[in-house]
Design a protein around this ligand. Structure first.
Ligand SMILES: Cc1cc2nc3c(=O)[nH]c(=O)nc-3n(C[C@H](O)[C@H](O)[C@H](O)COP(=O)(O)OP(=O)(O)OC[C@H]3O[C@@H](n4cnc5c(N)ncnc54)[C@H](O)[C@@H]3O)c2cc1C
Length: 461
């Protein structure tokens, strides 16, 4: 369809001010937090489910692709318009519709930032547990699309464990409800299929979330190590002892340096690695559990374990962890965040292999990750103006995914596949596995209206 005509039709649905189409707009919406770029034909900002439905119905009728977008912080190219079309930016749909304390549920529109809901819930002594480090700006639509994780997901589970249901616009504009506030729903688990589908199956226009009372007590510790290997061994030693802390996060030497230079979190500059360990739950028994963790850390050669004595100290340690990705930008102009998961007992050997990959390709790799989940985030540093270096970065990233797969792990812990890791899907899936997933795509979106060129590789099967 002619682009001018398309803009005219979309303007009829959402108004002139909510259709963007200047060259600058097209450039700004052509990238996300990944290394990829594309170019949409226009950007539309709907204000309601009805508008989303009408836009999608129109796009479907005209054979135009639609890419849902929250804040575009995904790290795998999930919002790159690979084949032009419409970017559906859901930022105007940013209302918290309901906080239902009695039933421990919240209902939000997709454009609500994760932290905004958390701040509202704090007033009631409640919490939404998944906490992507990007929570200040990540939206619930994006969390839904990526099945996001975060430090506290070790104990509480990732986004899918906290989404009870949703209102979803299908490829032809029809609106359906999946799941609900109740604990179990008969029929197929469509919520389970849609969460983590990276905007390829449907667009969530309302999300029903599980919320929980804030834990009675919290204890935050920082275990300091002279070796990355000792820190990694501690992770499985704690869990093998039967303790599941709320978080078990690791930062290596270069990350510590970057964090200290910008955030001053109080991490020791001469350490090879630190573990940020947090316990939460009932006050009774917490002291004993903390002592046990300290014993395990010492046995695994921690040179010191510090305990945050005040809420301010705790907040400072977390600012260091949550600001780590941002701080690392000080080291080089760009980085690729790899996201692989391995059985946590394999962490020491896999981390050693990752560092070998860095040497092989002459690239600096730093590590900051959800160690308790075995979810590695090697960040490969580079300068995108150096094309040869960029080529090595892609090769190294792919090799790291292969190492994770061969260690019995997988190629994404939380950041999704997007456009970035499509060919790596074959590291973990057979042609038959991919064919089964394609059947799901066909059932939900037979004409590939939504987010083309994502998640599933081209196959003949
Ligand atoms: C500094 C930094 C730290 C990060 N830390 C973490 C972390 O700790 N854990 C983690 O998991 N991720 C992390 N991420 C990745 C990212 O922030 C998360 O995936 C986040 O949930 C994406 O939210 P968003 O609003 O930016 O979504 P977007 O990037 O806009 O979209 C993500 C995907 O969801 C789809 N989508 C968007 N809205 C909808 C909708 N309404 N319905 C259906 N699909 C939709 C999109 O099409 C896309 O495929 C981090 C990123 C950065 C830059």
């Amino acid at each position: 369809m002619d682009r001018e005509k398309m803009i005219e039709e979309l303007t009829k649905i959402v108004g002139k001010e909510n259709v963007l189409s200047s060259e600058t707009d097209l450039m700004l919406y052509g990238y996300d937090a990944s290394l990829f770029k594309g170019k949409p034909e226009c950007i539309v900002l709907p204000g309601s489910t009805d508008e989303v439905s009408r836009i999608v119905k129109f796009a479907h009728g005209e054979g135009i692709h639609v890419v849902a977008r929250g804040s575009g912080t995904n790290l795998s190219g999930g919002t790159i318009p690979t084949k032009g079309g419409i970017i559906l930016h859901l930022s105007r749909m940013n209302r918290i519709l309901e906080i239902d304390i009695e039933n421990q549920r919240a209902v939000v529109e997709p454009g609500v930032f994760t932290l905004i809901l958390k701040n509202q819930l704090a007033r009631y002594g409640y919490v939404y547990q998944p906490d992507p480090a990007s929570e200040k700006v990540s939206t619930f639509g994006g969390n839904f699309g990526e099945n996001s994780g975060g430090p506290h997901c070790l104990k509480y589970g990732v986004t899918t464990n906290h989404i009870m249901g949703a209102e979803v616009v299908l490829y032809n504009g029809e609106v359906i409800q999946v799941g609900g506030k109740a604990l179990d729903n008969p029929g197929y688990d469509l919520t389970g299929i849609l969460v983590g589908s990276e905007g390829t199956l449907g667009i969530a226009t309302k999300v029903i979330l599980r919320i929980m009372p804030k834990p009675e007590a919290v204890k935050t510790m920082l275990a300091i190590y002279n070796s990355l290997e000792d820190a990694s061994r501690t992770v499985s030693a704690i869990i093998a002892d039967g303790i599941i802390p709320a978080t078990l996060e690791m930062l290596d030497r270069l990350t510590i340096k970057a964090v200290e230079e910008s955030i001053h979190a109080g991490f020791p500059l001469d350490a090879e690695a630190v573990l940020l360990i947090e316990l939460d739950g009932l006050k009774d028994g917490m002291e004993r559990l903390a002592e046990r963790i300290m014993e395990i850390c010492k046995k695994s050669k921690a040179r010191e374990v510090r305990v945050a004595k005040t809420e301010a100290e705790r907040a400072q340690l977390w600012a260091g962890r949550k600001g780590a990705f941002g701080a690392i930008s000080r080291l080089r102009p760009n980085y690729l965040v790899c996201d692989g998961t391995v059985p946590r007992t394999k962490l020491p050997e896999v981390l050693a292999q990752v560092m070998e990959v860095g040497k092989k390709y002459n690239l600096v790799i730093v590590n900051v990750f959800h160690a308790g989940d075995g979810n590695l985030h090697p960040l490969i540093l580079f300068d995108e103006r150096d094309e040869e270096e960029l080529r090595r970065v892609h090769l190294a990233g792919s090799e790291i995914m292969k190492i994770c797969a061969e260690a019995g792990g997988t190629i994404s812990g939380e950041h999704g596949i997007g456009t970035e890791k499509i060919k790596e899907m074959f590291f973990i899936f057979t042609l038959h596995d991919i064919a089964a997933m394609k059947q799901v795509k066909i059932a939900f979106d037979p004409e590939e209206v939504y987010n083309p060129g994502k998640v599933l590789p081209e196959t003949q099967a």
